[in-house]
Design a protein around this ligand. Structure first.
Ligand code: UTP
Length: 300
């Protein structure tokens, strides 16, 4: 089994981001800022925190902003050096030095499964981590590290699961599960993409972190379009979950912080929560927010 540091990370960033139009007309949603960093930088930092420094991004149209963000900006660097502004210089160069980033184009955005299939040549015959580029998970919770370790000890695909309210299940892939001997680890026995009301097999939704085995590519290669006419990663995982000779699919039930920044409301709450947690901005922002809420309540 490979050690965690040999896993590659794959981050799809080729979705159309229609829920966030018009902001995402010319900008990938993964470049939207949360406080002062684009969403994608949090995701890459989480991968690096888990020891994954070889990162493949599956890009779509408008990929220039993403590439530029992880490239050098000589003009800015020279200006900041001349000024002796070390703090801002570090902010500019941090994204460049984080990881070794590769890019491949998805072509038509035909769904997450189709995007993942594009990683085959780069990943090769190894398990790999998949991090959705618009999902921010608190790196301090070590979720990805636990998922990599579970794959290493079992050989199974590993998905991150979160309990979500009934009325939100229709936005996710939802898992049918059985308990295992380990706390917060379940065996996934089936998966349904965006279930209709009353058809969800549980309250456990798959969120944007996966450790996948290379067999997933063989399944994706022949997978017909599923829900919404898209090639669904959920359908490929369902195949591996029920295939008798496959290593199966395990889930880690995650209860920490997660923000689906591709959703406008979740994006707004991400900005507020993460700004409040910041040592530099949090106290002043929190004081303003308290006053603001009091004033609004007063008016109501
Ligand atoms: P979403 O389900 O959020 O889809 O994708 P979307 O199309 O980008 O967004 P909306 O629903 O239109 O607002 C989850 C992740 O998969 C990537 C997205 O970039 C996002 O990181 N994705 C999705 C692709 O890379 N390619 C696709 O064809 C679809």
């Amino acid at each position: 089994m490979p050690k965690p540091h040999t896993f590659k990370a794959v981050i799809p960033v080729a979705g159309l981001g229609t829920r966030f139009l018009p902001a995402t007309k010319a900008l990938p949603k993964e470049m939207l800022p949360v406080v002062d960093k684009p969403v994608i930088q949090y995701v890459v930092e989480e991968a690096v925190n888990a020891g994954l420094t070889d990162v493949l991004m599956i890009t779509g149209r408008n990929k220039n902003a993403l590439e530029n963000h992880f490239d050098r900006n000589f003009e800015l660097e020279v200006k900041l050096e001349e000024k002796g502004d070390e703090m801002r210089l570090e902010r500019v160069t941090r994204s460049t030095d984080l990881a070794e980033i590769h890019y491949v184009r998805q072509g038509d955005p035909r769904g997450l499964g189709h995007a993942v299939f594009k990683a085959r040549a780069h990943v090769g015959n190894q398990p790999f981590a998949l991090l959705l580029g618009d999902d921010i998970i608190d790196a301090a919770e070590d979720l990805l590290i636990r998922m990599l370790a579970l794959n290493s000890s079992t050989g199974a695909c590993v998905v991150a699961l979160m309990e979500v309210p009934d009325d939100e299940l229709g936005a996710y892939g939802v898992a049918a599960v059985e308990p295992t001997d380990s706390v917060d680890v379940v065996r996934v026995t089936g998966l349904v993409e965006k279930p209709l009301p009353g058809e969800a097999p549980s309250n456990l939704a798959v969120v944007g972190r996966y450790v996948l085995v290379p067999e997933i590519f063989d399944v994706l290669e022949h997978l017909p379009p599923g829900r919404g006419g898209e090639i669904q990663l959920t359908d490929a995982l369902q195949t591996l979950a029920v295939k008798p000779d496959a290593p199966g699919v395990l889930g880690i039930v995650y209860r920490g912080s997660r923000h689906d920044t591709g959703d406008r409301l979740a994006y707004l709450t991400a900005v507020v929560e993460m700004a409040l947690d910041r040592g530099d901005l949090g106290p002043a922002f929190g004081a303003w927010l308290d006053d603001f809420v009091d004033a609004r309540r007063g008016r109501g």
